[in-house]
Write a protein that binds this ligand. Sequence first.
Ligand code: GLN
Length: 193
Amino acid sequence: MVMKIGVLALQGAFIEHIHMLRQIGVEAVEVRLPEDLEDLDGLIIPGGESTTIGKLAVMYQLMDPLRQFAVDRPVWGTCAGMILMAKAIGMDQPLLSVMDIVVERNAFGRQKDSFQEDLYVKVLKNGDSIPFPGIFIRSPRLVQTRGRAVKIASRADGTAVAAVENKLLATAFHPELTSDTRFHQYFLSLIRQ
Ligand code: GLN
């Protein structure tokens, strides 16, 4: 059976995730309403502006359905999506708080300080030898992991930028803006587990 993955489509870079998922043979749909979550195998929360995505999710009454979804189904947050998944960020804005991580927003500077860096990510296919192109756009960083289930999956200059907690994945950067499908493949492997 073909997997069906939803991408939260309230704001931000959701279309790029949809294209990449379709490219690797997965059914991909936009999620805007609680009922859109019903028959999904996994969900991606894209990059964008976490305050805007959070406010819209509150308005559309998606916060609790999203939290409920994350209890037993895989969720991957990229950039703003990682912020939304965090337990705490030291600021007051709507969070799903489904992952035991503390995150700092805009940890690498402003939009003009966006950068690309080669990342070695063990959990990816050939991740030790073939670097993954990490695209950082006003990205957050992981300042703390809380539960023992949280594993750091990648670092950029010593700073933690990706983590896995059981079936939850968070990346501070944007794999959907590259042509490297390995992170999306890895997410599928979390679903199959
Ligand atoms: N700086 C944004 C925020 O704090 C995240 C940027 C991104 O998703 N590329 O929400």
